[in-house]
Design a protein around this ligand. Structure first.
Ligand code: SF4
Length: 255
């Protein structure tokens, strides 16, 4: 099982003292780039996310621990470019036409592309799926390690993490643009261009995910990014993370 690799630098979230006030009084770009989440904050955050997910989280066919790994894999690949609600509506049809890797492997790319038209992914995903089916032929998807997943064609760090987290409950944060945005706001603005590659944010995410049921925390973060901590006009007044979020009080995030 993957271990959380978070560091334990000074906690920033729970304190409403000088550091927090100072952060709120400056522009986001001036925030201390070394800020990370301490363990008490991570535990509280995980509790809040769990509770929020229990009442507000979404239920999808691929969010089941004993779900068919092939179905989870297809869903996660589609989710990279498509909203979850569309994938939810599309997936049963796709799995009915291509029920397993063997079918994907032997069917022509044109047939796969035709099926993917409904999501507009025919050009980007059909060849990827074909190559992936060839690469995974004969493999037990439940037994692939994180590194083995990452080595598959078309499977990046996010899908690899999603497979291990969903199938095994591993302590691996699923970092996509949405969760990167949440942690970028929550733990303090960063200076790197791609937040998914920010090691400090990845550490903060690992600590939070490792402080609760990892699957649930990952799913809660996904749903929070879709419903509350949106790209524009985040709904901070109803956000479960507002107590510790470094953005509260700044321009886009009113108290
Ligand atoms: S308080 Fe606002 S900015 Fe912070 S995590 Fe919640 S929605 Fe995002």
């Amino acid at each position: 099982m993957e271990k959380a690799t978070a560091t334990t630098k000074r906690p920033v979230g729970p304190r409403r003292g000088s550091a927090s006030r100072d952060a709120h009084s400056r522009s986001p770009d001036a925030l201390d780039a070394s800020l990370v989440i301490g363990r008490p904050t991570a535990r509280r955050t995980a509790r809040l996310l769990s509770a929020w997910f229990a009442s507000q989280g979404r239920s999808f066919a691929w969010r089941i621990a004993d779900a068919d790994p092939y179905g989870v894999l297809m869903a996660e690949l589609f989710l990279q470019q498509t909203p979850a609600t569309r994938v939810d509506a599309f997936l049963p049809h796709f799995l009915g036409t291509f029920p397993d890797l063997d079918t994907l492997k032997v069917r022509p790319i044109r047939a796969i592309a035709d099926a993917l038209k409904a999501l507009g992914l025919q050009n980007r995903r059909s060849i990827v799926l074909k190559n992936l089916a060839k690469s995974l032929a004969g493999k037990d998807l439940r037994r692939l390690s994180l590194e083995e997943w990452k080595a598959q064609p078309g499977v990046g760090p996010y899908v690899a993490a999603a497979m291990r987290s969903t199938l095994h409950g591993d302590l691996i944060p699923m970092i996509d643009v949405n969760t990167a945005r949440i942690f970028g706001r929550y733990a303090g603005a960063r200076t790197v261009v791609d937040l998914r590659k920010d090691k400090t944010l990845r550490s903060a995410a690992a600590m939070v995910v490792g402080s609760g049921p990892p699957r649930v925390i990952n799913w809660a973060l996904m749903d929070l990014g879709a419903a509350i901590c949106t790209t524009r006009n985040p709904k901070c007044p109803v956000c479960p993370l507002r107590r510790d979020c470094q953005r509260v009080g700044l321009d886009e995030c009113p108290r």
